[in-house]
Structure formats: structure tokens, C-alpha cells
Design a protein around this ligand. Sequence first.
Ligand SMILES: Nc1ncnc2c1ncn2[C@@H]1O[C@H](COP(=O)(O)OP(=O)(O)OP(=O)(O)O)[C@@H](O)[C@H]1O
Ligand SMILES: [Mg+2]
Length: 494
Amino acid sequence: MSLLKRLGGTAQPPEVPVAAPPPPLPPMRGPAPIPLAEVPVTVIPPEPRSTAPASSHTATVDDSLPATDPKRMLDLSLWVVDRIQASLGNQSELKRSPESEKLLQERFARTYQQAGVNLPDTAVKHLFTMVCDELMGFGPIQQLLNDDTVSEVMVNGPNQVYVEQKGKLRLTPVRFASDEHVLKVIDRIIRPLGRRVDRKWPMVDARLPDGSRVNAIIPPCAIDGSTVTIRKFSKNKLKVDDLIRFGSLSPEMGEFLRACVISRLNIVVSGGTGSGKTTLLNVLSNFIPEDERIVTIEDSAELQLAQDHVVRLEAKPAEVDGSGLVSIRDLVKNSLRMRPERVVIGECRGGETLDMLQAMNTGHDGSLTTLHANTPRDALARMETMSMMAGMDLPLRVIREQIASAIDVIVQQSRLDDGQRKVSYITEVQGMEGETVVLQDIFKLEMFGKTPEGKIQCEMRPSGVRPRFTPRLKAHGFDLPPSIFGTVLPGQRR
Ligand SMILES: Nc1ncnc2c1ncn2[C@@H]1O[C@H](COP(=O)(O)OP(=O)(O)OP(=O)(O)O)[C@@H](O)[C@H]1O
Ligand SMILES: [Mg+2]
């Protein structure tokens, strides 16, 4: 017999006025436990595999598992969610608010009682949190998103959820009930943003209202299950002092980079995925003097500038029919007609690199950007490749000359094996010699070994060479002492 029949209930319990005082959470004793294995199972049609809300996701609850087993709790929470959703009718999309929470508390109490399970107090509270997260949040990953120590959440299908904490990846015990459950959460994330994902176009990039960056990719492209990656928006973006305190940057490097930005040098921040490029770009951009007009261009607005005079532009994905795409490249071209004094490009990924180089070479100096590369030399190669993507058919030598005359400094950001994020090089682009672009390291991270705890021991050191653009820094009032560069004057010891 189904649980529903045993309980003599109806699919849609009578509506209860929202204003009714919420009864307390159910008592721990109650009707004789009813085997949850008999909870009706709704089969979700496999096609189309879109993220349309999976309204009935009733799970089977395995009665043989201990009462507070995580899987049993998850299935029970989904069972409760289904019942509550049915009772709410078309009101089932709830926004987090005290009123919604009150309403849920009352519906939860009834449904829990109907389930006839007997859980300890703490487990009932936990179940209620799970139900709230399911109905008003992003399901099983909501608690990870609430945790300030977590910087990134990675869902690799229903059975594997990783987080990044203190620079290290960690597998969590968090699980989804099924791939449909992951899809349901993806839908909750992207639908309010007017985005969708389905078998035909199975990937999406989006930004949450709080600024967090989301990427979702689902089958058939994600072979082992729907995958979600959320880079959480850090409410307090790291400042230069934080980077110095963490040992990501020495005070001398900080002072040097401040001088470079104020002196309108063109700077590229290079680094691997998640190495801290955007964070460093944000720090550098905040050195731009208050009286300059700044235009920022990003795929997904992450930068937080303290200045007043900032125009923020964001690329626009194509509509479902493929029309209406506004790329970073379009925005770079447009920004040059906006009388910018500084152009800050979140990341160069393609043909916009050539437009940026041309802008830097034609009076828009003081521009800043980031790109993916593992060393300053790689960054040059990457700029060459990306410039070719502009489709202008320029000879390599011309592109190389553009790079050599446009870029003044490459700052390399690295994420070390032990999770530390460091600036590993500050390198000057000195110009061309024959066919080669000449690079000169000004600062470099030297590594010595590892502590017994596995922490990499390293130190940032100046190379002893002053940059050729020192006169430009001087012209802007920065007479940096030779000691910053580790330069040895006659009669001095290093
Ligand atoms: N120097 C640092 N020390 C500690 N944490 C850092 C540092 N720099 C960045 N982070 C943290 O590392 C995470 C990734 O940073 P960020 O978004 O800047 O990387 P990214 O290189 O731009 O990544 P992506 O390649 O995905 O664009 C963020 O959570 C950020 O707060
Ligand atoms: Mg970034």
C-alpha cells in the first residue's frame, strides 16, 4: 500500500493560510513508522533532458539504511519537498524570505508528521534545512555556498562534489540524489537569469545576482553527469595589503606595480586557471588614479573598482537562435569610442588581443588585461596566437612588433602545488632583437624546497636589473630606490 493511502491523505493537502501561527516542528514520537520504501516513485521521462523544473522528483527512501544515513536523509528531504511543492501549487517557486521560511516551517511540520519517521531533534533540524535549501536555495550545495571559507564549488555529476578551501581542492560528502536532481538545481540557478540549457545547447555561463560565476555543462557533452562549477564571488576582494600579508607579493613588488600603473604602463597579468589573475588585475586597477575615466570589459563582471568614474561593460551571450552575441572584441572596439583614459579587459581569449594591442599602440596606454599562460615567454606566444585569431592575416613579425611595442610589463601569477598563490615573475618587455622579443625579469620567485608539512619554501627576489622604463616612472614622480631592484651600487654589498 502506498504511504499516501496508509495516511489517508490527498495529493494536495488543504491550503493553510500563510498567516497561521507555525506549529512547532513535529514531536519525536508519532504515528507508527511507515516503510518509506513505499513512497510512490515518479518516473522522470528521459527526453527531453532539459532543465525544466523536475516538479516531481519523488525518491525511494531505503528503509534498511540507518535513520540518519546521509542518503536516506537526502531521499527523505526530496520526498518532503515533493509533498510541500504539491501543496503550494503554482506558488512552489519560493524566494528566500522570513515569510517563505515561516510558510515552509508549517508545511514541513505537517509533512514530516505524515512521513511517520522518528528522527532525533538535530536530524529533524537538519532535514528542515535540507528542505529549505531545496525549495529556496540551490539544494545540496547551498551550505557550501554559504560557507565563507569555500571559494569554489565543483559538482561532477550527482556523486562527486569538490570544493576549494584555502587554495586546496577537497572532496566533500555532499551528494545529489540523481542526475535529474543536479539538473533541477542547474535550472534553479540559471532560469531566473533568463538562461537555459538543454541537449541541443548543453552548456551555459552565467553570473549569479551576488556576482558568483557559474558554468554548467550537461549530457551528452558531460559524459559522466551534469557538471556545475561555481566560482564564488568574494565579498571582500583582496587588496594589495592582503596579497602582501599572504606572501603573494613582497612590499617592494607592490610599490613597483603601483608605480607602473600610475605611470600608465601597459600591463598583462598572465597565469593558469584559478591562479588569481582577476584578483591581481583588480588590485592593479585600483591603483589607477581617481581622476581618470576607466572602462572595464569582462565576460562576466567580476572586477570591483573603488574609483567613481568607472564604466562597466559585459559581453552578452547569443540568444537561443544564435543571434545577438556581443563579444569581448565588440566591446573593446566600442570602448575606444567612449573616450577612455584606461581600458581594463578582464581577460583576452581571442581576436580582441589584436584590437587591444593596436589601442595600446595608438594612445590608449595604461591598459591592463589578463590571459592564460604559464610563463611570461608563454604569454608572448599566446598573444601571438590570439592576435592571429583576429583574422587580419598579418605576418607574424608584424604581430610580434605590435606586442613588443605595446606591452611594457608581464606579471606572472602562479598557484603552487601546495595551494599558495604567488606572483612568480614581474618581467619587462624590452623590445625586439632580430626576430625575438626581449624579456628581462625584474622580480622572480625562487623556490628552495618543502617543509615537512609540504609547504613550498620560496622567496621573491629582485633580479638586480633596473627596468629600461625607469625614466617613465621618474617622470610620474616615482624615484624608486635602487634597493627595490636589488641593484648594487659601487661600494655597496648586496
Ligand atoms: N594571492 C592570493 N592568495 C590567496 N587567494 C587568492 C589569491 N589570489 C586569488 N585568490 C583566490 O583564488 C580564487 C581564484 O582567483 P581569481 O578568480 O582571481 O583567479 P583567475 O586566475 O582569474 O581564475 P580564472 O582562470 O578562472 O579566471 C579566488 O577565490 C580568490 O579569492
Ligand atoms: Mg579570472
